[in-house]
Design a protein around this ligand. Structure first.
Ligand SMILES: [Zn+2]
Length: 255
């Protein structure tokens, strides 16, 4: 009986959280200072095709719905299983769903940046590539993984360190970068319920160095991820449904 009560409570909490996200979207102030309505060029740096849909879709939807000009740099074609060329095309299809113009999506296939556990990506090389993109687009805002990289994948973590390396270069001090905060496994699979803890986390940082972005269109995350046909297997469908990253992103400014 106690278990039934717990499960019922969790279902109610899940539905209530989802309703909050769908019916009362975030009024976040991320990248919109009071009195300054100018739109920004923003560069999202990811490691593999599908990172954008699985982890960053709340951020992407937030930025595109507010008219910011989003560029995506994907540092590999995700060729660990020999499907790199297919996955590259799937990324473009997913970006079309996410309303990111295809000419603003760049996928790298560098011999030293190949997908896989145990493939170490040179941080200097990453910093140079990201710097070229930053200069090319005139962007001053970068968004990427944090040092754990959500799933702990070494390529995600290297991308973070590449951005950090770039920030440490003295000539690039005008760039601001934001990292997607990795959560523990309970929060990671708590779906929309995690929004409450994410909100609290952001409220504790009154300096504006942490922002909680709710996904106003979580269904778009499913549709975008479904475009990654080669990856759209049952456990990823389950992941997208249960992952808090489908519903909320918490971004922290690089220190
Ligand atoms: Zn990845």
């Amino acid at each position: 009986m106690a278990w039934l009560l717990i499960i019922s409570s969790l279902i109610v909490l899940w539905v209530a959280s989802l309703c909050k996200i769908l019916l009362a979207p975030s009024k976040g102030s991320f990248l919109s200072n009071v009195g300054n309505l100018s739109k920004r060029d923003v560069l999202l740096v990811i490691a593999h095709p599908d990172d954008e849909s699985m982890f960053f879709s709340p951020t992407i939807n937030y930025l595109t719905s507010r008219g910011h000009n989003l560029h995506i740099l994907c540092l590999s074609i995700g060729d660990a299983d020999g499907k790199g060329n297919i996955r590259k095309e799937e990324l473009y299809e997913a970006c079309a769903v996410l309303k990111v113009p295809l000419q603003q999506v760049k996928v790298m296939d560098h011999p030293d940046l190949q997908d896989g556990f145990g493939k170490v990506w040179n941080h200097n090389l990453l910093a140079d590539i990201i710097k070229a993109e930053v200069i090319g687009h005139g962007t001053e805002t970068i968004i990427t993984f944090d040092s754990y990289g959500v799933s702990g994948h070494c390529n995600h973590r290297d991308v973070h360190h590449g951005v950090r390396k770039l920030l440490h270069e003295t000539s690039q001090r005008n760039i601001e970068a934001w990292e997607l905060i990795s959560t523990n496994i309970l929060r990671k699979y708590s779906g929309p319920v995690d929004m409450w803890l994410s909100y609290l986390r952001a409220m504790q940082c009154s300096s504006g160095s942490v922002h909680c972005l709710l996904n106003e269109h979580p269904q778009k995350s499913f549709l975008a991820m479904a475009r990654h046909s080669s990856q759209w297997v049952w456990f990823r469908k389950l992941f997208v449904a249960c992952s808090s990253y489908t519903y909320v992103n918490t971004l922290r400014k690089f220190n």
